[in-house]
Design a protein around this ligand. Structure first.
Ligand SMILES: Nc1nc2c(ncn2[C@@H]2O[C@H](COP(=O)(O)OP(=O)(O)OP(=O)(O)O)[C@@H](O)[C@H]2O)c(=O)[nH]1
Length: 248
């Protein structure tokens, strides 16, 4: 039977993981791969601006066979490759899905940037946004599309609260207030019960994806902002959906 036309088969769940620099995105991806690899066929795409650092980290951790972890070097701000023009990522995902068919889950890690990055719904079926306690207790109140409307908000590194003078419970309360009932997960790679809760969330999401009951939603565009080269010769503008790019 031609699997391309067999509607009893669904393509892989494409799950994005975004968030500011160093909040623990790669660690979250590593946890998911380690914990779920015996239940699901998994592949990973990482995004970095100039390197394949995140892919190398995951390969070194031995979380999956190395050939299932592929890097996209965006060469520009990571927002571009996950939101504005997702071609590089879509090609990478499709190649991975073809080379290891059938995959159940493809995890796509965004390059670390700021609070405004979100994935395009044309690239992912669902997205996780990761903030961390070490970034400060007020981060959850700063809002933005990822904090407000990602499918799951992870407040990561909750083990560090007392070391960085952050009231974790208050941070979680603020995060819930920002999300109108959408899920918030307190998480630490040091607390196995929180890792289990994360894996259970992904299991349920995958089930809903396969059943056709998961409805992908767009958290909305990133806030308007600008990037310029060091000599100021090029300006790249994001966030205005009607005029998504300005090149000068
Ligand atoms: N204490 C603690 N440290 C953590 C946790 N998760 C990640 N880290 C540490 O935080 C640092 C950054 O983690 P990464 O997983 O590389 O974060 P990232 O968001 O992928 O980083 P970029 O790709 O550079 O944006 C590393 O030193 C991790 O060991 C956690 O739950 N608790």
């Amino acid at each position: 039977m031609n699997t391309q036309t067999d509607n009893t088969r669904t393509r892989a769940l494409r799950l994005g993981v975004a968030g500011p620099v160093g909040t623990g995105k790669s660690s979250v991806v590593a946890t998911l791969c380690r914990s779920l690899r015996h239940e699901f066929q998994i592949g990973v795409i990482t995004n970095d601006i100039y390197t394949d650092e995140d892919a190398r980290f995951l390969r070194a951790e031995g979380v999956l066979p190395v050939e299932r972890i592929r890097a996209v070097e965006t060469g520009a701000c990571p927002h571009t490759a996950i939101r504005d023009d997702v071609t590089m990522n879509l090609l990478a995902v499709e190649d991975l899905e073809k080379d290891f068919a059938p995959l159940d889950i493809v995890l796509i890690e965004s390059g670390g940037d700021n609070l405004t990055a979100t994935f395009s719904p044309s690239l992912v079926d669902a997205q996780i946004f990761v903030i961390d306690v070490a970034g400060g207790g007020d981060v959850a109140r700063k809002g933005g599309p990822g904090i407000g409307r990602a499918d799951l908000l992870i407040v990561n590194k909750v083990d560090l609260g007392e070391h960085v003078d952050v009231d974790v419970e208050q941070m979680l309360k603020d995060a819930r207030a920002a999300r109108a009932g959408a899920p918030v997960l307190a998480h630490s790679k040091k607390y196995p019960d929180t890792e289990k809760a994360l894996c259970d969330w992904v299991r349920h999401l995958h089930e809903a994806h396969v059943n056709g009951t998961h409805v992908p939603t767009d958290p909305g565009p990133m806030a308007p902002h600008f990037h310029a080269t060091e000599d100021g010769g090029y300006i790249h503008r994001h966030g205005d959906e009607a005029h998504p790019h300005v090149h000068r």
